[in-house]
Write a protein that binds this ligand. Sequence first.
Ligand SMILES: Nc1ncnc2c1ncn2[C@@H]1O[C@H](COP(=O)(O)OP(=O)(O)OP(=O)(O)O)[C@@H](O)[C@H]1O
Ligand SMILES: [Mg+2]
Length: 294
Amino acid sequence: MAPTMGARGGDRGDSELGVETEWTAVLIVKGLSVRYGRSVRALEDVDVELPDDAVLAVLGGNGAGKSTLLRAISGTLKLHRGAVTAGEITFEGERIDRLDPALVVRRGVVAVPEGRQVFARMTVEENLRAGGLGARDARARTAARERVRELFPVLAERASQRAGLLSGGEQQMLAIGRALMSGPKLLLLDEPSLGLAPQMVGRIGAIIKEIHDQGTAVVVVEQNATMALRVAQHAVALEVGRVALSGPAGALAESDEVQRLYLGGHAESEEQAAAEARAAEAHAVGRRLARWGS
Ligand SMILES: Nc1ncnc2c1ncn2[C@@H]1O[C@H](COP(=O)(O)OP(=O)(O)OP(=O)(O)O)[C@@H](O)[C@H]1O
Ligand SMILES: [Mg+2]
């Protein structure tokens, strides 16, 4: 078992009254082992739990198995010649580890894979419409469209532009927007801030927070631990396919090990964190103003 930091769950105000309520985990990954081909062991006996109203940050260096964990949850390992060799994954109490990717989406689990894969030759609008094909019905689709319009006004402005012409940050927003079009209960994000400028990282962080506030649980894989730990309530750090640390995001952020391994603990990352925080705040203010204006 990996070390668990502090109290798990039940940490939502009730504990002030001395009552320890266990949250009901919506996603449970238990004893999960994954291999690619015969020889590559990418995950080994991994346990991860996510409460239904939370953001979980998955930290870890290159090759730690972060993307593999998301692929296992979204049922897409087969596309990468990978397979679950042990353990199970349940979502809302039902096994999903043997389902085809499309059925996982239908259960409400939607992934935005590494590298913001938008349909470059299609317009922004067409990309979003493609995401809407996974929606339950026309009403759900309209509601999702409205939610995406509110979250990403820039996508509405660029509706008829080809997705390939958007900036990196805008493409990431489109990839997230497309995933939201199917009205997911759980959103899986693989390194949404990769390659983006600090200001854009801050905006992505603010957007993750807002998506969560609207009732969608999120698993966010990040090498940018500063942003991920700021938006998450729970965190897990993977090292060479195993869980090295897990617990409340705040506790992990303060642990020496996380500071040393993932937060750098030096001026540069603090500067970046400050820039990200400023950008997140500016984004939030901008959105509040936009709401008042409407
Ligand atoms: N399709 C594949 N075939 C064979 N091995 C793979 C494949 N995909 C990943 N691996 C291996 O599995 C291990 C975990 O990889 P994974 O991509 O999950 O790591 P990661 O934490 O997402 O890394 P990164 O930060 O670089 O994205 C690595 O050793 C990697 O080389
Ligand atoms: Mg990866």
